[in-house]
Each structure stands twice: as structure tokens, then as C-alpha cells.
Design a protein around this ligand. Structure first.
Ligand code: AMP
Length: 214
């Protein structure tokens, strides 16, 4: 099964994608993670994208489509989860072409609906395990009381460079201007499923499972 998790920053796409990887042998393709890897790699591309990401703007379609194309050969029994991609109509068209070329199709696009005030609260409360990237949130999934990451036991936690109020405003603006038209696009194609992204993490998981299983 190949799915897209669609939703604004802070909707919980990454958290749910990681659960699906663990439970269903799926592969998570997060363009945000790929770009963050490029940022620290010291390559030309890394330098070009670093500033754009820190400002909360979208990186060019060409770059992210290229990143996804490189990863599409990886096969997982459970299928692919596109997390944070596509984010523009051009990316959505490119994804349809790429999947067709690989003999694959899209099975569902799951829109995780969350209201804007909750997003701002969630993002400003977010931290990430420095060792494994597990995401924690003071509101929805606090760091365990012993101060150790529940996934890997790591004790260092960092914040994403773009998880501040200025970048967040820009990221929301980009979402509404460029990404939200995808909701209508996938609705018209009959692929859209909507779930309440504000429910607690396990309940959101159950709703996603329902979309996948039936
Ligand atoms: P994310 O981790 O998905 O929130 O992405 C973090 C940042 O990476 C975004 O604010 C963009 O600057 C960039 N980015 C990630 N995915 C894309 C994409 N599909 N298209 C353009 N820019 C992206």
C-alpha cells in the first residue's frame, strides 16, 4: 500500500509515519528528513536548502522530486508512506508519473486535520531525540520522566531550527498557499480520506489503520 500523509506542519505526520514503519513494514519517505540530512552533509545542495528551510519556505520542486525519485527503488512489503511530499500541485503530478513508471499506484491520501492554534502550540512544544530523531511534545507526548528517549534511551534532545514562531508563520502560509490545494486535487481523484489529527496519538493511529484496512 502506498499512501500520502497530508497536513500542515505539526499535524503529526512524522509520528504516525514512524509508527506505520514499525508496525507494518512500510518505508517512510520524508522529504523534510532528506533535506535535513542534506543540510548537515555540507554539499552544495545542503547549503542551498539550509537557508530556505530555516526561513520556513518551500524548497524547489525540482530538488524534492529528485530526492524522491532516488528513493523510489527501495521496496518494502508494506509499501511507501510519503510524509511531507507532495507539497505542491507540480509535485503531486510528478509523483503520479514516478509511481506509474515504477508500476506502482497510490492507495490513499490521508488528510490529518488540525486547527491552526493547536499547531502553533504543538510546534512550539516540540523536541527531537538527538540520537534517533524520535519526536516528543510537551503537550501530546512528553519526554519520559527518567529523561531518556523511549525509542533509543538517548538523553539529549534538540529543537528543529525551523520550530520557532517566525518560521512557523511562514510554513503555515506556504501550506495554505501551495499545499492545501492538494486536498481538492486528491478529493477529485477519489483518493482523499480525512481524519481528526487532534485526537490523541493512539486514536489517530486507529483512524489511520481504518483507512488502510478498509
Ligand atoms: P517537514 O519536516 O516536512 O516539516 O519539512 C521541513 C522543511 O523542509 C519545510 O519547511 C520545507 O522548507 C522543506 N520541505 C520538506 N518537504 C518539502 C517539499 N515536499 N517541498 C518543498 N519543500 C519541502
Amino acid at each position: 500500500m502506498n499512501i500520502i500523509l497530508l497536513g500542515p506542519p505539526g499535524a503529526g505526520k512524522g509520528t504516525q509515519a514512524r509508527r506505520l514503519v514499525a508496525e507494518r513494514d512500510m518505508i517512510q519517505l520524508s522529504t523534510g528528513d532528506m533535506l535535513r540530512d542534506a543540510k548537515v552533509s555540507g554539499t552544495d545542495m545542503g547549503r542551498r536548502v539550509a537557508e530556505i528551510m530555516d526561513r520556513g519556505e518551500l524548497v524547489t520542486d525540482e530538488i524534492v522530486i529528485g530526492l524522491i525519485e532516488e528513493k523510489l527503488d527501495g521496496k518494502a512489503k508494506g509499501g511507501l508512506i510519503f510524509d511531507g511530499f507532495p507539497r505542491t500541485l507540480a509535485q503531486a503530478d510528478a509523483l503520479a508519473d514516478l509511481l506509474a513508471r515504477h508500476g506502482e499506484a497510490l492507495d490513499a491520501v490521508i488528510e490529518m486535520q488540525v486547527d491552526d492554534e493547536a499547531l502553533v502550540r504543538r510546534i512550539t512544544a516540540r523536541s527531537v531525540c538527538a540520537s534517533c530523531g524520535e519526536v516528543f511534545n510537551d503537550e501530546t507526548k512528553p519526554i519520559p520522566e527518567d529523561g531518556r528517549c523511549s525509542n533509543c534511551g538517548g538523553t539529549e534532545f534538540t529543537r528543529r531550527g525551523d520550530d520557532n514562531e517566525d518560521s512557523l508563520k511562514q510554513r503555515l502560509l506556504e501550506y495554505y498557499k501551495k499545499t492545501s490545494p492538494l486536498i481538492g486535487y486528491y478529493y477529485a481523484k477519489g483518493e482523499l480520506r480525512r481524519i481528526d489529527g487532534l485526537a490523541d496519538i493512539d486514536e489517530v493511529g486507529v483512524e489511520i489503520d481504518k483507512c488502510l484496512d478498509g
